[in-house]
Design a protein around this ligand. Structure first.
Ligand SMILES: CC(C)(COP(=O)(O)OP(=O)(O)OC[C@H]1O[C@@H](n2cnc3c(N)ncnc32)[C@H](O)[C@@H]1OP(=O)(O)O)[C@@H](O)C(=O)NCCC(=O)NCCS
Length: 183
């Protein structure tokens, strides 16, 4: 499944999602282990990624960006076969931060989730102290549902998670206001 998109002027990054292949796993693992990313995610074992690229309930994508569509990050969606049509954006990591790649990728994720995978609800949890990601999700229309207080054990204590979501009706409303990629 591939989608191509050019985000609006605020984020003029060309982004495409393509299915992750076995040969991409090393790239994915290296991004997860990058000290810039480790504070914000719980890295998976290689075998977990290998399973995720095969398991029908999961979608594991490489984010390709820029004029040459180079590998720029990855995205994992879970619950693609959920009878509740509730998909989880399990993880999104981009290599080069603060250049609009994350926003452009998130717009494609929403389009894929609602248009192609039939999501009724797209949700995620994000560390409370991950202000960059929270600002991105909020700016892209995700609504805060609540907080899982001190739910994640980390070195030296516990961290809280914020649960955020977007409903299909909200996506449709945003699209009618040209805030989402066209169908
Ligand atoms: C979170 C992440 C995916 C965002 O992607 P990105 O390409 O860096 O973000 P963008 O450049 O598209 O910025 C999107 C918005 O995030 C916010 N943002 C960006 N950098 C920020 C910072 N340093 N502090 C606070 N907010 C920030 C802004 O609202 C920005 O929008 P704006 O530039 O229009 O104001 C990326 O930074 C990343 O991979 N982080 C590490 C892993 C992670 O935290 N993943 C998410 C949790 S699973």
């Amino acid at each position: 499944m591939e989608q191509a998109a050019s985000a609006p002027a605020t984020a003029p990054v060309r982004v495409r999602l393509r299915p992750t292949m076995q040969s991409d796993i090393e790239f994915v693992l290296s991004l997860e282990r990058d000290p810039d990313n480790l504070p914000f995610i719980t890295p998976w074992e290689r075998t977990q990624h290998e399973a995720a690229i095969r398991f029908p309930d999961f979608r594991h994508f490489i984010v390709e960006a820029g004029p040459d569509l180079e590998a720029a990050g990855f995205v994992i969606l879970i619950g693609c076969r959920s009878q509740n049509q509730s998909l989880e954006l399990k993880r999104m990591v981009v290599r080069s931060k603060g250049k609009g790649t994350g926003r452009a990728a998130l717009r494609v994720v929403k389009k894929v989730s609602f248009d192609d995978l039939g999501a009724h609800r797209l949700w995620l949890d994000v560390k409370k102290r991950n202000e960059r990601a929270r600002a991105l999700y909020a700016g892209e229309g995700f609504v805060v549902e609540g907080e899982l207080r001190e739910s994640v054990r980390v070195a030296g204590g516990f961290e809280s998670m914020v649960v955020m979501s977007m409903l299909q009706a909200e996506f449709t409303q945003r699209r009618s206001q040209a805030m989402e990629l066209r169908a």
